[in-house]
Design a protein around this ligand. Sequence first.
Ligand SMILES: *[C@@H]1O[C@H](CO)[C@@H](O)[C@H](O)[C@H]1NC(C)=O
Ligand SMILES: *[C@@H]1O[C@H](CO)[C@@H](O)[C@H](O)[C@H]1NC(C)=O
Length: 190
Amino acid sequence: MFHFLLLLLLFILQISHFTSEKTTTITSSSSTKNNLVYTSCTNASYPKICIRTLSSYSTIKTPKDLAKASLNVSISRANKASKFLKNLKVKSKREKGAIVDCIEQISDSIYDLRKALFELKHLHKGYGFKFQINNLETWVSGALTYDDTCLDGFKEIDGNVRYDVKRKISNVAKVTSNALYLINQLDRSG
Ligand SMILES: *[C@@H]1O[C@H](CO)[C@@H](O)[C@H](O)[C@H]1NC(C)=O
Ligand SMILES: *[C@@H]1O[C@H](CO)[C@@H](O)[C@H](O)[C@H]1NC(C)=O
């Protein structure tokens, strides 16, 4: 009986040691990973959204990774918004027109964001860096302009459709605006 209790005690100690070790590793590694996200997001256009959308990326180790991830988020949100628009039930010709135009604008914006992500993945240090960063900034601000143009198309439309589209597209514009900020930061440091 005594042996059994001793074994049980040892077993419990072992488990608690293992668990505490595991927890400390997890907290320390995630806080080092996320530090860059938190500091870099501080002055972004939408800091909370910046942190929320980027802190789950375990691949972020440099400001360039951060900019890549932010473009990735932007592309994936734009794709979702586009699917949403394609599934909307329309009530009038006017609504249909605005939606068709918006789908086209979002598709153009995705094209620009993809170009930007490709360029960012092939960014050189030194010669040509400034030129590439300028291209990136042009494409990402272009994507933002498409989002605005889409929203403008709904100005004359009332009701739920306008509200839903506005919510989705503003969300895309916010993550894209954060991506532009993070790319601007690369420009400063490079
Ligand atoms: C954010 O902005 C403040 C005020 O302009 C500045 O002091 C700080 O260094 C900035 N932080 C980052 C990470 O850019
Ligand atoms: C980008 O996002 C997609 C999902 O939307 C994911 O599968 C992929 O791993 C991400 N890429 C990077 C570099 O984070």
